[in-house]
Design a protein around this ligand. Sequence first.
Ligand SMILES: Cc1cc2nc3c(=O)[nH]c(=O)nc-3n(C[C@H](O)[C@H](O)[C@H](O)COP(=O)(O)OP(=O)(O)OC[C@H]3O[C@@H](n4cnc5c(N)ncnc54)[C@H](O)[C@@H]3O)c2cc1C
Length: 417
Amino acid sequence: MRFSGLRVLREGLTGNRGWQAHWRDASPKDAYDVVIIGGGGHGLATAYYLAREHGITNVAVLEKGYLGGGNVGRNTTIVRANYFLPGNSEFYSHSLKLWEGLEQELNYNVMHSQRGQIVLFHSDGQRDAAIRRGNAMRNQGDDAELLSVARLKKVLPYLDYEQARFPIYGGLLQRRAGTARHDAVAWGYARGASERGVDLIQNCDVTGIDIEGGAVKGVQTSRGVIRAKKVAVIVAGRSSQVAAMAGMRLPIESHVLQAFVTEGLKPCIDHVVSFGMGHFYISQSDKGGLVFGGDLDMYASYAARGNLPLVEHVMEAGMTLMPMIGQAKVLRSWGGIMDMSPDGSPIIDKSPVEGLYLNCGWCYGGFKAVPGSGHCMAHLLATDRPHAAAARLRLDRFRTGRGLMDEEGTGAQHNLH
Ligand SMILES: Cc1cc2nc3c(=O)[nH]c(=O)nc-3n(C[C@H](O)[C@H](O)[C@H](O)COP(=O)(O)OP(=O)(O)OC[C@H]3O[C@@H](n4cnc5c(N)ncnc54)[C@H](O)[C@@H]3O)c2cc1C
């Protein structure tokens, strides 16, 4: 089933009776070439690119709940490529390029909107850091512009520029950054993978990983044993638990991250705006809700909901930056379980068990990584060699200490989580 403007018109005029299910609800077979544990954005994108780029279609995605019910459907949808250090820079640059062709590639409206992200700075030191980061982004081939306060006041007139504690000195703009509809990304990849022959199996909880002689043989699930030549663990916040089934202890902690949305308002915030003096960021959804979030709840947890102190902290940061949002009513808040690595950067690598592959450590940034991660993970699974864009995302950097990277270049203890 192809989507097009003409098709929408025809279905609209004929009672919308011609639409078909977006993917097959498959039952598990006894064996597959590749089993992917986790039907989030990364798992589904990996399955799609395995089929699309490498012709590997004897693949199952095993999801314990429903497709897209994890963090891929819980995030605040920011897509950007504004990293400072090698490792992340080339990877997220690769991912953003894939985003830019994604709707045509999938024939699916993921509402990718390159509305621009502006990261504010509030001191001379922060300005220097922003310039350094902007130069690094341009060296990588991505776009970056420094905005003066005078320019910012035209673009973001609603900010409080003069607040005594955190006056705004300027901002770093990436025009190609923006947002996308998170659920649609999962659905689009699911549809693309399913129509190429991948089995998407929901309500299938992986409860064990079978290993013999140091090599993976398959998985045990709530729907029976499934044999596999290769198994990929792509379960985000549950990475430590699933890796433990293979006897591994990962350098990952699971933390809660909350997000908030207000009632629908007329368009008032055109960009994604990030506060440089606290962890607060905001954008406006196409439905009109202000979507915003802040920092982790700062304790390890598997509860997909947060606590009130962080709610207060995020609201305070928002009010400090743009007092006008005090007029809006918050409708909902929710949490997701984040797979935080010690350097705030991901892992796409083989594990010490033959045939078992890892994809985790996505921290705050795994949504924008979905196309790049799927693309690079599929390459690794198909060829047993890392993709050039993910060549530095190795597991052993945490053992050797070599090759650690972090978003701001502030050291291995990124944000002290
Ligand atoms: C509040 C919030 C805001 C965020 N904002 C942003 C943002 O603005 N930009 C950005 O880039 N990133 C953001 N992120 C991060 C991003 O959402 C995640 O890094 C990313 O979605 C994680 O990858 P995933 O989509 O594959 O994870 P998930 O969607 O969580 O997929 C993992 C899947 O594995 C399944 N699973 C787990 N265990 C098993 C098992 N034993 N058997 C079978 N299946 C299993 C889970 O049910 C789940 O569906 C945010 C996250 C949160 C929580």
